[in-house]
Design a protein. Structure first.
Lengths: 115, 111
């Protein structure tokens, strides 16, 4: 596709359920980022991949959060045993370059609501 | 701790006005400062960016002013239009490719 594609766009989960959010980056983009955006806030860094290697996961808020990009293309963010504080929009972004110039291409996000 | 502090939280201007959004940072290791524009229901999109060795950058109606000694930078939108109504985020790049975003400014341009 022409841009970064995320699915599902909306997800409602009951507290304690596991969820998986998918990101299809722009073809050929080396770098992939996950961000969490709470209502009325800026995106907060979660994790970063360069190809299939997860180079930085310092932003993951707890061990309930796990991300993978096994073939260096599609990435999945998994949240286990969801809590209400996990409710947010999860943004995926990709970048062509290894050394990031700041041109992150964002998807439209996956809005997670935990009841 | 907020790595990049952004103000104001919201801004309303008349069409043709010049809204100014300000950001400040502490980490002198930041080496790249982009601004992103976000419309409701969409992801942020890169608007304009600057490196710290430049004091000003202009692209169309958008200008970044950068004050390295004060560790501050700002976005100016000339001749603002209703279509500019959106949320604007400043950001800063740290070593390791991690970007820190401000909390956002909701801009409304009244026709």
């Amino acid at each position: 596709g022409a841009g970064v594609s995320q699915s599902p766009r909306y997800k409602v989960a009951k507290r304690g359920q596991d969820v998986a959010l998918r990101c299809d980056p722009i073809s050929g983009h080396v770098s992939l980022f996950w961000y969490q955006q709470a209502l009325g806030q800026g995106p907060e860094f979660l994790t970063y991949f360069q190809n299939e290697a997860q180079l930085d996961k310092s932003g993951l808020p707890s061990d309930r959060f796990f991300a993978e990009r096994p073939e260096g293309s599609v990435s999945t963010l998994k949240i286990q045993r969801t809590q209400q504080e996990d409710s947010a929009v999860y943004l995926c972004a990709s970048s062509l370059q290894v050394v990031n110039t700041g041109e992150l291409f964002f998807g439209e996000g996956s809005r997670l609501t935990v009841l | 701790q907020q790595q990049v502090k952004q103000s104001p939280q919201s801004l309303i201007v008349q069409k043709g006005g010049i809204p100014i959004i300000n950001c400040a940072y502490e980490n002198t290791a930041f080496d790249y400062f982009p601004w992103y524009q976000q419309f409701p229901g969409k992801g942020p999109a890169l608007l304009i960016a600057i490196r710290p060795d430049v004091s000003e950058k202009k692209e169309g109606r958008f200008t970044i002013s950068f004050n390295k000694s004060a560790k501050q930078f700002s976005l100016h939108i000339m001749d603002s239009q209703p279509g500019d109504s959106a949320t604007y985020f400043c950001a800063a790049r740290a070593t390791g490719n991690q970007f820190y975003f401000g909390t956002g400014t909701s801009l409304t341009v009244i026709p």
